[in-house]
Design a protein around this ligand. Structure first.
Ligand code: KIV
Ligand code: ZN
Length: 398
């Protein structure tokens, strides 16, 4: 893989599924896995084999049907977890075992009751066991961003010596700031020459507790991370994981800055988001970047006028780029005459200046009273003379 390739590791089916309202049946997971394959993700984290029989079955089913992306299962640093992950993955064309173990003192002391030294031993043993069962092993020092830095470096070194080829440094609780996260990647890479010597891939995994998951991910990419862990629509534990669609779009729109490539087929982003929205209990909020219903909608008169003159005035990408429905000029109380005339023309009505002025006053009065203005409302505002002149509409009523 070239050094400018950023691998997309999708964890919608594992970390994403861990959030309320998001659990999926095996069949539903398979449906999403097909969509993820079409989207071009490099790795699908299909579940956590040890967590339940359902997770095991879903991973095994996905490995039989999905052949292009690598399929991985999460495993704690425990023999039974790692062996279970290997069994679930046994029919995969390309498999990975993803082992994680806490690295912060807080997690070691309160959650695992392990000393630092014990955890280092466990890290080495479990990565070695995973490597004996699978030719591709990823290790995640959990809560990396709150771990003592020297100890984190030590744990990563042990994991690489034991055979891990991908090191993922998660911001498990969404605590870190972008510059700090970027710096952590640079420092770990600098202090462990084996990362570059052996071609170990550094990976990001960010949670959105402070709304910084995507910003942190991008900061790590700038610092040399070459795998991004993310979820469709940003679903995941608590406030969610970094949103795949936002990372992919940012790397594309700002390729002048990032200068990296990925295998994501951008025009499959919106269709994949739609598939997920039908499988779980909620859709992205309307103002969600890239895939929200308002991501390409414009209501204010100034913006609508600019959009009609040149869409670049207010859109940094076209909806078509990400496979979303066309730009929508929403008619509301902030809209201006240009958008009103445009919509009337689409509906087959041509109006002169005075007529437009007359209809516009009635429109603004209505928009002050009503949140949504539909085409039928607009037509209802037109005097008979204009209605009688109607030509073939270029768009359906909405
Ligand atoms: O957030 C996290 O730390 C995780 C790990 C298991 C990678 O999900
Ligand atoms: Zn996570």
């Amino acid at each position: 893989m070239s050094n400018d390739h950023v691998a997309f590791f999708d964890t919608t089916l594992r970390d994403g599924e861990q959030s309320p309202g998001c659990s999926m049946t095996t069949q539903e997971k398979l449906t999403l896995a097909h969509a993820l394959e079409d989207l071009g993700v490099d790795v699908i984290e299909a579940g956590f084999a040890m967590a339940s029989e359902g997770d095991f079955a879903a991973i095994a089913t996905i490995t039989q049907a999905i052949r292009k992306p690598r399929i991985t299962s999460l495993a704690r640093a425990k023999t039974e977890d790692i062996e279970m992950a290997a069994r679930a993955l046994q029919h995969a064309e390309r498999a990975r075992i993803h082992v994680f173990l806490a690295a912060s003192d807080l997690h070691l002391e309160y959650k695992l009751k392990l000393s630092r030294a014990e955890a280092l031993d466990l890290c080495g043993e479990s990565v070695r066991l995973a490597c004996s069962l699978c030719d591709d092993v990823e290790f995640s020092p959990e809560d990396a961003t709150r771990a003592d830095r020297d100890y984190l470096v030590e744990m990563v070194r042990v994991a690489i010596e034991a055979g891990a080829t991908t090191i993922n440094m998660p911001d498990t609780v969404g605590y870190v700031m972008p510059a700090e996260y970027g710096h952590m990647f640079s420092e770990v890479r600098e202090r462990i020459p084996a990362i570059d010597e052996k071609g170990v891939i550094l990976s990001t995994h960010c949670h959105d507790d402070l709304g910084l998951a995507v910003a942190n991910t991008l900061a790590a990419v700038e610092a040399g991370a070459r795998q991004v862990e993310c979820a469709i629509n940003g679903i995941g534990e608590r406030a969610g994981n970094a949103a795949l669609e936002e990372i992919a779009a940012a790397l594309y729109v700002r390729k002048d800055r990032f200068n990296v490539s990925s295998a994501i087929k951008l025009d499959q982003i919106y269709p994949t988001s739609e598939v997920l929205g039908q499988l779980i209990t909620f859709k992205p909020s309307p103002n969600k970047a890239i895939v929200g219903a308002n991501a390409f909608a414009h209501e204010s008169g100034i913006h609508q006028h600019g959009m009609l003159a040149n869409p670049l005035c207010y859109e940094i990408m076209t909806p078509a780029l990400v496979g979303a429905p066309c730009t929508h000029l929403v008619l509301g109380k902030h809209s201006g005459r240009a958008a009103l005339r445009h919509r009337l023309e689409q509906l087959g009505f041509t109006v002169d200046r005075d007529e437009l002025q007359h209809v516009y006053y009635r429109f603004v009065a209505l928009a002050d009273r009503k949140k949504n203005i539909y085409d039928q409302d607009l037509i209802g505002l037109l005097p008979n003379g204009i209605r009688e002149r109607r030509q073939e509409p270029v768009e359906e009523l909405n």
